[in-house]
Design a binder for this molecule. Structure first.
Ligand SMILES: NC(=O)c1ccc[n+]([C@@H]2O[C@H](COP(=O)([O-])OP(=O)(O)OC[C@H]3O[C@@H](n4cnc5c(N)ncnc54)[C@H](O)[C@@H]3O)[C@@H](O)[C@H]2O)c1
Ligand SMILES: O=C[C@H](O)CS(=O)(=O)O
Length: 485
């Protein structure tokens, strides 16, 4: 498929780096391929860390003027950018599905989700309030100023190639910071289309820069070790988050870490089972199971287990697997064949230890990186699916007897990002929500992400929050002024 010819605005398909307001090519390129077909989509500039440093210096040069603009100015520019993103929703979704694989309906949803962070922080920009504090002496006046951190660098994953950048760049620019984004090498086209639209919106040169690169580790070291970069905002695995923490410790660099998950999805005996099944379908199979907040373990109270398992397996068995561009596709290809191998290994590990297959369980007949949506039951502690993030369309069911046992199983993980449970008894709802060790809890819902709410986790799932009124604080420094009259 000729992606550029398929766009109503072919100029959105950009392949060079965007630094200091200019498109800049290199003599090395990284190939972007279509996970649905394996077809070559584009060759994108592949920057070395030395070349990417130009973006850091451009962001530094642009910083003072951007911070000096009124909040209203920054707000208007960010909102105009969001308007342009929504006007280009179909093209941006086609670019996203082509490089990442998710169904077009979900890609369109991601563009709206990404834009919603721009709209949200366009408003928050104008509400960065300081404080005055009653003085400790008659001639003292105490002030609190909130000022932008400075140059921010982002490293983001392939699974939400628009929204994961939008959720970071929006508060950063709203706060008066400038930004250098290094997108995942698998999905740079979405980031480059975003910055094309930022350029059209009038975001000044140097404020938002995008540096594609296949040198993940090298770019990480550049951001961690460069003194001009004052904050790194990372979304990805806990493994890499730990590397970045170690690498940036020498400069006490501010970090925002949105890391791995292992979300429990509890179904109690007083749950509405039909609602729980629909919630599980969203929480488990959205983006083919390739989201950090996916239900990784489905914990079902024994008395309702068989009824829930039968309903769920029936729904999963008829999910339409295919190219994300085909009408009606519900499950696209996984990002690559190594992702398929991981799902296969989790299924084999569970079956060999006594789990039972209810539906799916194998690579899809379509070949490539397609996998059958799968439900296992009789899963037990000690199996890989209980401790590792599967990141694919695999729903493992685990029985539990008592509420206490269910909560104990849910919390038995190093992670603490999202969690979900279905119950109707009000006292139980309060008990469970208070005891779950997670940054986010969905009660009788499988979809919790929204810009109004703080997104983030505890334990090995990360540091900080993105979105909500709390999301601005991560891009601001507090300055205390003691004024003597
Ligand atoms: N908490 C969240 O909001 C969130 C969102 C999406 C994905 N994730 C997590 O991300 C993981 C899946 O995404 P992934 O496979 O792309 O994760 P990953 O950690 O392998 O890669 C994430 C990004 O880091 C880069 N990277 C890899 N090694 C690096 C290094 N040594 N130094 C600097 N950067 C490096 C990658 O190129 C990519 O751009 C899962 O664990 C998922 O839970 C978390
Ligand atoms: O996995 C990445 C995203 O954070 C998931 S969500 O769309 O924000 O829920």
């Amino acid at each position: 498929m000729d992606l550029k010819a398929s766009l109503s605005d072919p100029a959105l398909l950009r392949t060079d780096a965007y630094i200091d307001g200019r498109w800049q090519g290199t003599d090395r390129h990284l190939a972007v391929t279509d996970p649905a077909t394996g077809a070559h989509l584009a060759d994108v500039s592949d920057l070395t860390p030395a070349e990417a440093e130009r973006a850091i210096l451009a962001a530094q040069a642009a910083g003072a003027a951007w911070a000096a603009r009124t909040a209203r100015d920054r707000s208007d520019l960010i909102r105009r950018w969001a308007d342009l993103m929504m006007a280009a929703q179909d093209d941006l979704a086609l670019i996203l599905t082509s490089e990442m694989g998710k169904p077009l309906t979900e890609a369109r949803g991601e563009i709206a989700y990404g834009a919603s962070f721009l709209y949200w922080f366009a408003e928050e920009a104008r509400r960065v309030y300081g404080d005055t504090i009653p003085g400790h002496q008659p001639d003292k006046r105490l002030l609190i100023l909130k000022q932008p951190i400075g140059v921010v660098a982002s490293i983001t994953p392939w699974n939400f190639p628009n929204a994961m950048i939008a959720r970071k760049v929006a508060p950063a620019l709203a706060a008066g910071c400038t930004f250098v984004a290094r997108p995942a090498a698998q999905t740079p086209l979405s980031a480059l289309a975003m910055v094309e639209l930022a350029h059209r919106a009038g975001i000044p040169k140097g404020v938002f820069n995008v540096v594609p690169s296949s040198d993940s580790a090298g770019m990480g070291r550049l951001f961690c070790e460069h003194p001009v970069v004052r904050k790194i905002t990372f979304t990805g695995s806990t493994r890499v988050g730990e590397i970045l923490m170690r690498q940036s410790a020498g400069q006490i660099k501010k970090l925002g870490l949105e890391l791995g998950g292992n979300a429990p999805f509890l179904v109690f005996d007083d749950a509405d089972l039909d609602a729980a099944v629909e919630g599980a379908m969203i929480a488990k199979f959205r983006n083919g199971g390739q989201t950090c907040v996916c239900a990784n373990r489905l914990l079902v109270q024994a008395s309702v287990h068989d009824a829930f398992a039968e309903k769920l397996a029936r729904r999963v068995a008829v999910l339409k697997v295919g190219d994300g561009r085909e009408q009606g596709t519900e499950i696209g290809p996984l990002i690559d064949t190594s992702a398929v191998t991981k799902v296969e290994e989790h299924v084999a590990n569970a079956l060999s230890a006594g789990a039972r297959l209810l539906t799916g369980g194998k690579r899809h007949d379509k070949g490539g990186s397609y996998f059958q949506p799968t439900v296992l039951t009789d899963v037990r502690p000690g199996m890989a699916v209980m401790t590792e993030e599967t990141f694919g369309p695999l729903a493992p069911l685990i029985r539990f007897e008592t509420e206490e046992e269910g909560i104990g199983l849910a919390n038995d993980t190093e992670f603490g990002l999202a969690s979900y449970f279905y119950a109707q008894n009000l006292s139980r709802v309060w008990r469970v929500m208070e005891q779950l060790e997670a940054g986010m809890v969905g009660v009788n819902t499988g979809l919790i992400s929204t810009p109004e709410a703080p997104f983030g986790g505890i334990k090995s799932s990360g540091l900080g929050r993105e979105g909500s009124k709390y999301g601005m604080d991560d891009f601001l420094e507090l300055k205390y002024v003691c004024l003597s009259l």
